[in-house]
Design a protein around this ligand. Structure first.
Ligand code: HEC
Length: 138
């Protein structure tokens, strides 16, 4: 093999190794969007943290008045907060306070119910990633 061919071949080899290794580096960073679903947050805070809300307006056929509007809470979810677009640090701090029991107001007991599951499945880094993801939803 000519010296130059050898050099090119080994350069290609190195490039191939880098391209194979790169995705595994990316996979190491927790994926806040996927964790939001995996950690069941979506079940109470709705798709993308936008709340469990009505998808469209509905009017009363006779009176023409709105029965409910798009974005209104679904029945039973009136006291569940929307999280999308809230400040990252605030979201993270509230999660910590709810899971530690420091914040126990309103319906926080509902969320405290998943603490054991969170403790066994999620790291602090994961919760930070979820907070970051939610803060970036527009
Ligand atoms: C079983 C239902 C439930 C699940 C599951 C749940 N939450 Fe909550 N969460 C609540 C309720 C209810 C509140 C409001 C507590 C209150 O009234 O003080 C809340 C409050 C919060 C708050 C504070 C919001 C604010 O404006 O102060 C954050 C942040 C939050 N949840 C994040 C999450 C994340 C992230 C997950 C997933 C790891 C999650 N929650 C899973 C029910 C739930």
């Amino acid at each position: 093999m000519k010296k130059s061919t050898y050099l090119i071949t080994s350069l290609l080899g190195i490039l191939a190794m880098i391209s194979v290794a790169a995705p595994s580096f990316a996979a190491d960073a927790p994926d806040g969007k996927a964790l939001y679903v995996k950690l069941t947050c979506i079940g109470c805070h709705g798709p993308e943290g936008k709340g469990m809300v009505r998808k469209r307006d509905r009017k009363d056929k006779k009176t023409g008045e709105y029965k409910y509007r798009k974005g209104d809470p679904m029945p039973g979810f009136e006291a569940y907060p929307k999280l999308a677009g809230q400040n990252e640090v605030y979201l993270y701090n509230q999660m910590q306070d709810i899971f530690s029991g420091k914040r126990s107001n309103g319906l926080s007991a509902a969320m405290l119910g998943i603490k054991t599951f969170i403790d066994s499945t999620a790291s602090d880094e994961d919760l930070r990633a979820v907070a970051k993801y939610l803060s970036q939803v527009r």
